[in-house]
Design a protein around this ligand. Structure first.
Ligand SMILES: C[S@@+](CC[C@H](N)C(=O)[O-])C[C@H]1O[C@@H](n2cnc3c(N)ncnc32)[C@H](O)[C@@H]1O
Length: 340
């Protein structure tokens, strides 16, 4: 069991202090193990593993864990998409342009009427609002990229926004926040950060507009082995964890994005983030329950869970917490603007 636990956490590069108790290997990889360094470390581990046949048992199992962890870290099989996936697409979204007001109206109804998805969004929104309310009182709370959000129903004082007109109260691009210096208490985002084409500009704008102690809180796509497999093979938005830079060009705000962005910035390039944006502290990076979301089909597929099974999936998600490092599809990240 210990070996299993170590192997589970060994693949996390650079996130020791945020993911709880750090086993030895996790600390080793937390020394800025960027993506480029992993394959080299991987082959070195395997070489040492095979050379260590006579070593004491503890050393062997430690190395075995490292090798196993790195295999999980580096290998993401890509497969041919089965034709059945076309049938799985939600029929009510057919013919609607992704990102249009009609598209988001349907998505909002899907979220509200499908208990498994509703349960995920309720949990995500609760987390965002806990962060927002932890910031000093007085400033505005802005949701970016609201889309089909119902966050305002839970916090009526919040201002909704989207880069596309006709969807929310304000038209706002994350790269140009139309707010005076120090007037925002919180910037909240669900599945939006990875759509912002130049996040360095976004961080500078957030630094300017937030009050000291204000937060950027987001729900984003995680980088567990299952998340990489799922999003690379079965999701319509790109998931590419290899580009060295964090920016991309955007013509279509829905499709031109990179779902691996938070992993690249907050784990792979953590040191670079801290150097470029020293005014922010990464306060939370927490993996989230995954089973209910996965079985629900998300907001673009058919919902096929019979009522009597819904409670079972929600309960099972709670019991499956130990498997989150392998399976979580999303994580919750909170950055706080330093007070000094
Ligand atoms: C995947 S949707 C998420 C919608 C909603 N927040 C949710 O969780 O269902 C991404 C949203 O980000 C918005 N978006 C894309 N680029 C943006 C930018 N540069 N600034 C602000 N929002 C942007 C899109 O218009 C879209 O509404």
């Amino acid at each position: 069991m210990i070996v299993f636990k170590q192997a589970l956490s060994a693949y996390w590069p650079g996130n020791a202090e945020l993911l709880g108790p750090a086993p030895l290997m996790l600390q080793e990889y937390s020394r800025g193990a960027g993506l480029a360094s992993i394959p080299k470390a991987h082959s070195e581990d395997l070489r040492r593993l095979s050379a260590l046949r006579d070593a004491p048992k503890a050393g062997q199992s430690r190395l075995l864990c490292r090798a196993w962890g790195l295999i999980l870290a580096t290998h993401t099989p890509t497969i041919r998409r089965p034709k059945m996936l076309i049938w799985l697409r939600e029929p009510r979204l057919k013919g609607l342009t992704p990102g249009s007001p009609d598209f988001f109206n349907v998505q909002r109804q899907l979220i509200l009427n499908r208990p498994l998805i509703r349960q995920c969004y309720d949990d995500w929104y609760r987390r965002l609002l806990v962060d927002a309310r932890s910031a000093p009182e007085g400033g505005a709370i802005l949701e970016l990229g609201s889309g089909g959000s119902y966050l305002k129903d839970l916090e009526p004082a919040l201002v909704t926004s989207d880069v596309v007109p006709g969807i929310a109260e304000r038209v706002v691009d994350g790269r140009r926040l139309p707010f005076a210096d120090g007037t925002l208490r919180a910037l909240l985002m669900s599945h939006v950060f990875h759509h912002i084409p130049d996040v360095n500009v976004f961080f500078k704008e957030a630094q300017r507009a937030l009050v000291p102690g204000g937060v950027i809180s987001m729900i984003e796509v995680a980088h567990t082995p299952f998340a990489r497999f799922f999003f690379k093979n079965f999701h319509h938005e790109p998931y590419d964890d290899t580009p060295p830079e964090w920016s991309f060009t955007q013509d279509d705000p829905m499709m031109d994005c990179n779902q691996a962005l938070t992993w690249m910035i907050f784990i792979r390039d953590r040191d670079r983030f801290n150097q470029r944006h020293p005014g922010f502290v990464i306060e939370k990076l927490e993996l989230l329950p995954w089973l209910a979301y996965f079985c629900s089909g998300g907001v673009t597929s058919r919902y096929m869970i019979p009522k009597f099974l819904e409670g079972l999936f929600i309960g099972a998600d709670r019991c499956l917490k130990p498997l989150q490092p392998l399976f979580s599809l999303h994580w919750h990240i909170c950055l706080r603007k330093r007070r000094e």
